[in-house]
Design a protein around this ligand. Sequence first.
Ligand SMILES: NC(=O)c1ccc[n+]([C@@H]2O[C@H](COP(=O)([O-])OP(=O)(O)OC[C@H]3O[C@@H](n4cnc5c(N)ncnc54)[C@H](OP(=O)(O)O)[C@@H]3O)[C@@H](O)[C@H]2O)c1
Length: 236
Amino acid sequence: MKVGIIGAGNLGMALAKNASRNAEVTAVKRNVVDVEGVKVVDRMEEVRDCDIIFVALKPDVFRKELEKIGGIAGNKPVVSFAAGVKLEEMEKCIKKPYRAMTNLAIEHRSLIAYYPAETLQQISFLDAEFVECNSEKELDVMTAYIGSSPGILAYLLHAFILSAIRDGVDYEKAVRIAVSSFKSTAELYGRYGLEGMVRKIATPGGTTIEGIIRVEEVQSALIEALSSASSKAKVV
Ligand SMILES: NC(=O)c1ccc[n+]([C@@H]2O[C@H](COP(=O)([O-])OP(=O)(O)OC[C@H]3O[C@@H](n4cnc5c(N)ncnc54)[C@H](OP(=O)(O)O)[C@@H]3O)[C@@H](O)[C@H]2O)c1
């Protein structure tokens, strides 16, 4: 299988590395770089013989290049990972348009949201966990909750590190502890849910509950942060 990736920047190259584990990948960017396992070229025309084309351009660049990409793709499927560019816009120039959203962790393995349902057939060769969106609106929301969220949540992890350092833990240990605690949290949440975790971790009158009581402000700030990113994703 041959995969063409137009816009081999941060996200495009991460997708290229994932795809290259199961396919022959040609990635397009104007400033060519050497990447192991990926053929990097500077002309879009070179993906003409690919079986499928992924687009990971910035939304404004994608809109400018829609006609050209449509001409190159012909009857081949085009899956856009770009924020905001709607199927209706793509359909004007592209015969078989699909949309998906993921984040930089896709280089190794991550979650991919997609819409419409038939998109899965096009992307299932990727090493990923897949989640189907019920509407294009829901896919747009995923730009914030899947695409941007690592960049936002990293600040929470960093705050954790700073706090540990303030309490006397050295930097390297603080980073290890923070990363491990965030991983453990996700695992325990999946297993027990929030109420189960409170029951199992917070001893009545103990230390955990003192922290839980004060975390409400962080919760509100996080809701605001993710909602702001989500609102912005609707207008890019
Ligand atoms: N970064 C993320 O974490 C992330 C997560 C989810 C979704 N996304 C989405 O992915 C898209 C790309 O974001 P990004 O952060 O990966 O941006 P980026 O790093 O700027 O990547 C875009 C790439 O497109 C290339 N490019 C620009 N004009 C081109 C053209 N005319 N022909 C071919 N290649 C061209 C650029 O490389 P040259 O300058 O060498 O041409 C650039 O490396 C956006 O729509 C964004 O919403 C990104």
